[in-house]
Write a protein that binds this ligand. Structure first.
Ligand code: TRP
Length: 446
């Protein structure tokens, strides 16, 4: 056993840490634009269904394995597998997770860098009185400038790796304590403002009245992938945090709280963003720029708009920071297992992610038309394949491990539930989550 492993100091700290991992670009940037590209309400309902049926039980499985193993993800899986009399090659699942979060972090860092750019611009008052077309043109000009984008990407990655190098502990706890409530309040305010605009009614209709004819196997697969992505499930990153979870805490309750917070942040962001889209006659399917163009326009209309907008981008930046720290943690924990110090491991990961991230940077200019696979450019590949295929696949394997390989006694102890609760969880994982993930993956791929 690794006796020196840090523990989150309180139950609240663990919930905040996992919420910090879950709430990020996925809720505020990715959710609205992917919903926009996939037709609105039908996608939203599917995504919520997947959060409940798949995301939650698999999230519990993932954290449970971490808490039972109390090691880095790959080591935990290998160790528990051997204990259960299964192959120690289960440890490869941890390495697959590392590969997945590495790919995700490479674009996550670049897009988080966009928030830095927008934070600076809003402090400068650049968006005061701006019309959607002007904000859009400014954003396009920024995307076409690899040097500026690289600068922000670098800055963000350094911020992330510094925290990870110092160790996930007190610093992150304190940050989460303040950040999550503040972000939530600001989004409430923004959604409240949206309710007073004429875009509000159409936004609600578009978000909540499903058009069933828009549902294709591919839309279902996008919704499933997004559920995994937004909950931070399927890449052993929450497993890494589970290793630090206090023994006495109820895992189902913690996971439930995180899911509720995560979905409600996405809904608030969606309501705010689509109200602007409809009030200004913009296109919901606008793509990755959707949030960056709509929110400056919305805030520009509020009294003290530049101030609110600056606060918003600051909070968004902090939220993406806590998410990217979570993305980096399993990679660093795994490298540390090879004998490197935390600092060395963080430096190596930082350089690697930085280099691969340059592909995303260039996907908006020089390499925009370089489409090596499936007709997608580098950014489209890393922002689609890992969230929509690798995460569900990883989640599927984690679920199989937790519900079929681990013996009931140790799984139940690490889950911290009674026999009835355990039967419910395991039934849900065995007979709902696992088959559903398989069916959706296969149908989507075919
Ligand atoms: N959930 C985060 C978001 O919505 C992204 C994220 C953090 C993530 N950690 C993860 C995604 C681990 C997959 C796996 O922005």
């Amino acid at each position: 056993m690794n006796e020196t492993l840090e523990r989150w100091s309180t139950r609240r700290a663990f919930i905040l840490a996992v919420t910090g991992a879950a709430v990020g670009l996925g809720n505020i940037w990715r959710f609205p634009y992917v919903t926009g590209e996939n037709g609105g309400a039908a996608f939203l309902l599917l995504y919520i269904g997947f959060v409940l049926l798949l995301g939650l039980p698999v999230m519990m499985a993932e954290i449970m394995v971490g808490r039972a193993g109390r090691r880095s993800p790959a080591q935990s899986l290998g160790h528990l597998a051997v204990q259960a009399g299964a192959s120690r090659h289960w440890r490869l699942l941890g390495l697959f997770g590392v590969f997945t979060v590495f790919c995700i972090l490479s674009f996550y860092s670049v897009v988080s860098g966009w928030s830095i750019e927008f934070l600076v611009a809003s402090i400068n008052g650049d968006f005061v009185g701006a019309a959607p077309a002007e904000v859009g043109a400014g954003f396009d000009a920024f995307l076409a400038d690899p040097a500026r984008m690289t600068f922000n990407h670098t800055l963000f990655l350094v911020m992330t790796m510094l925290v990870v190098a110092a160790g996930v502990g007190k610093g992150l706890e304190r940050l989460n304590n303040l950040l999550m409530p503040a972000l939530y309040l600001l989004l409430l305010l923004l959604a409240g403002y949206a309710a007073t605009t004429q875009g509000f009614g159409p936004a609600l209709a578009w978000l909540f009245m499903p058009d069933v004819s828009a549902v294709t196997p591919l839309v279902v697969m996008h919704a499933m992938g997004h559920a995994f992505f937004t909950l931070a499930v399927g890449a052993c990153a929450l497993m890494a945090y589970g290793a630090y979870m206090p023994d006495q805490q109820s895992l189902p309750r913690a996971a439930g709280a995180v899911a509720v917070l995560d979905v409600s942040v996405a809904l608030l962001a969606g309501i705010a963003i689509f109200s602007v889209v409809f009030a200004q006659g913009m296109d919901p399917g606008e793509g990755p720029g959707l949030m960056f163009v709509t929110l400056p326009v919305a805030f520009a209309q509020l009294p003290w708009g530049a101030l609110w907008l600056s606060i918003f981008f600051l909070l968004l930046l902090l939220a993406t920071w806590t998410s990217s720290i979570n993305l980096a943690e399993p990679i660093v924990a795994t490298l540390q297992g090879t004998g490197l110090s935390r600092g060395q491991a963080a430096a190596i990961v930082g350089v690697g992610v930085w280099l691969v991230g340059l592909l995303t940077v260039l996907s908006f200019s020089t390499l925009a038309e370089w489409r090596p696979l499936f007709g997608m450019n580098a950014f489209e590949l890393v922002s689609t394949i890992p969230p929509e295929i690798f995460l569900p696949l990883g989640g599927l394997l984690i679920a199989i491990f937790a519900a079929w390989v681990m013996p009931e006694s140790s799984a139940r102890r690490a889950l911290g539930v009674g026999p009835r609760g355990f039967a419910l969880w395991r039934g849900l994982v065995r007979w709902v989550a696992i088959p559903l993930t398989l069916v959706v993956l296969v149908a989507g791929l075919v």
